[in-house]
Ligand binder design. Structure first.
Ligand code: ADP
Ligand code: GLC
Length: 486
């Protein structure tokens, strides 16, 4: 048996999810396990996370020693689809109402919480005493982990043959904190440098991951190129350019056992590319569920699902709502996020009753029904590291209209190509977005046959996880996975 690969992450569906990170971690480790890779996952034990699952084993008193000695953590192991999942318990950090923030803002001690989590994860791995080939960390919450492994190697032979992979899911969120938090975080003074964790006088956890990991990956090939420049690099472009060939872009996959119109638990009727009649029923049901005008059964409905933040271009969509509403179409916007954007969605609902449905909530079942019940999916993101919702839309036969960036560019074949699966536009402006929507509307109205062919092509796209997982395996192998301890 090869030495294991440990995932350390702040989200994993179905235990905890705020966005695509949760979906990815809910699927990739399970896929790797099915492909014969010995994997395990380590997560924080958030409130509401567990209960439903049977604990196989607990580990008490793991020595963490942060931020004051002798603090400890406990861990509980369950098995999810064949994969051991360990939850790190420390009530004052994780037994809270939310994961990272409340409506008042981020938790003030997020740095402390996630430094603690990284160190506790390593303390657990040490206790398990099965030296991993690779530890795979994700986003700023676990960015410090590669730094710890780098320094632990210097005095504990247990870590000698452990490499790290750090995956960037969103470079804009970096975990940037006051330099004061470096004190006592357990890294030696020389880590406080430009090639370490320091960034313009602050502690930057994303930068720690980028600098210390054996390999850095991000979630689409296009994004891996975009972040080398100043526009999408968010100050990290120089650091990333220095990593050269250690940086890889691997497109996320889709867990079709959850996200497909054949399998979804949440649809009133299943359907497939061979028989689209269920999609019509899903549309009718969505219209009824959201109290939209019944005449929209014969008119196109455009759906949006996502965090109401500038990244997602929600302001671009709002800018053109009045113009769109001059046409006889429906618009469904499911999302929560910035308070101003949430309020605007509610206002539009009042202004255009029956035709604009704004749902300011986080609800997994409705997300499936909006995917299935819409005719086309809107995604005007300013940047998009990968984006999963457009890939879900493709499978649900809901051709996306999206900006031509990042993973959107890598997953959508835009009209008018013969093999098109959706629409893209270059400039993230209201005008360009409107033009793309009107192009889609014209096709929907004037050429139902071509529209249907596009829907079927979209549904037949295959973004299953196996291909992406194989690329991760290749990276693991290049840094020691499969080679036994020397
Ligand atoms: P990101 O991770 O940047 O938010 P992705 O497209 O990768 O974007 O993933 C978003 C995930 O979050 C999808 O599973 C999507 O369905 C889900 N999601 C976003 N907003 C909501 C919401 N309001 N209700 C339910 N699911 C949502
Ligand atoms: C981030 C990105 C999104 C990506 C997801 C999963 O949240 O914003 O584009 O799909 O991570 O990798």
């Amino acid at each position: 048996m090869s030495r294991p690969v440990f995932f350390v992450t702040s989200e994993m569906y179905p235990f905890c999810k705020t966005g695509g990170l949760g979906d990815v971690l809910g699927a990739l480790p399970v896929t790797l396990h099915k492909m014969g890779i010995p994997v395990a996952v380590i997560l924080p034990f958030y409130r509401l996370t567990m209960n439903r699952h049977k604990v196989h084993q607990s580990y008490f008193g793991l020595p963490v020693g942060y931020p004051w000695a002798p603090i400890t953590a406990d861990a509980h192991k369950i098995v999810y689809n064949g994969v051991p999942v360990y939850f790190i318990e420390r009530a004052e950090y994780f037994d809270r109402a939310a994961y990272y923030n409340t409506y008042k803002g981020d938790y003030f001690d997020n740095a402390e919480r996630f430094i603690f989590f990284c160190r506790a994860a390593l303390a657990l791995i040490r206790r398990l005493n099965n030296s991993p080939a690779v530890i795979h960390a994700h986003d700023w919450q676990t960015g410090m982990l590669p730094a710890y492994v780098h320094y632990y190697k210097q005095y504990d032979p247990f870590w000698q043959n452990t490499s790290t992979v750090f995956t960037v899911h969103n470079l804009a969120f970096q975990g940037r904190f006051s330099s004061r938090l470096f004190d006592g975080c357990g890294l030696p003074p020389d880590a406080w440098s430009m090639s370490g964790v320091e960034f313009f006088g602050d502690l930057n956890m994303m930068k720690a991951g980028l600098n210390y990991a054996s390999k850095v990956t991000t979630v689409s090939p296009s994004y891996s190129r975009e972040i080398l420049g100043p526009e999408f690099g968010y100050g990290m472009d120089g650091v990333l350019r220095e990593r050269g060939s250690d940086l890889h872009g691997i497109l996320n996959g889709v867990n079709y056992s959850i996200w497909s119109p054949e399998n979804s638990r949440y649809l009133p009727r299943h359907y497939s590319a061979d028989n689209l009649s269920g999609k019509k029923l899903c549309k009718d049901a969505l219209i009824a569920e959201l109290g939209m005008s019944p005449h929209l059964r014969n008119r196109p409905i455009f759906g949006f699902i996502g965090r109401l933040r500038e990244q997602k271009g929600i302001d671009i969509l709002y800018e053109i709502v009045p113009e769109l509403m001059k046409r006889d179409i429906g618009l469904v916007v499911l999302g929560e996020g910035d308070a101003g954007f949430e309020a605007a969605s509610m206002r539009f609902s009042q202004e255009y009753p029956g035709r604009y449905a704004g749902i300011v909530r986080y609800t997994e079942p409705l997300a499936h029904r909006v995917q299935a019940g819409s005719d086309s999916f809107l995604m005007p993101s300013r940047y998009e590291p990968c984006g999963l919702t457009q890939m879900y839309a493709l499978r649900y036969g809901t051709p996306p209209i999206a900006t031509s960036v990042g993973g959107l560019r890598d997953s959508i074949v835009p009209c008018p190509a013969d093999d098109c699966t959706g629409f893209t536009f270059d400039e993230c402006t209201g005008d360009a977005f409107l033009e793309a929507i009107l192009e889609a509307l014209t096709l929907w109205e004037n050429n139902p046959q071509r529209w249907k062919e596009m829907v079927i092509r979209a549904m037949n796209q295959d973004f299953s996880w196996e291909r992406s997982a194989q690329q991760y395996i290749d990276i693991y192998r290049s840094i020691g996975y499969g080679q036994e301890t020397l």
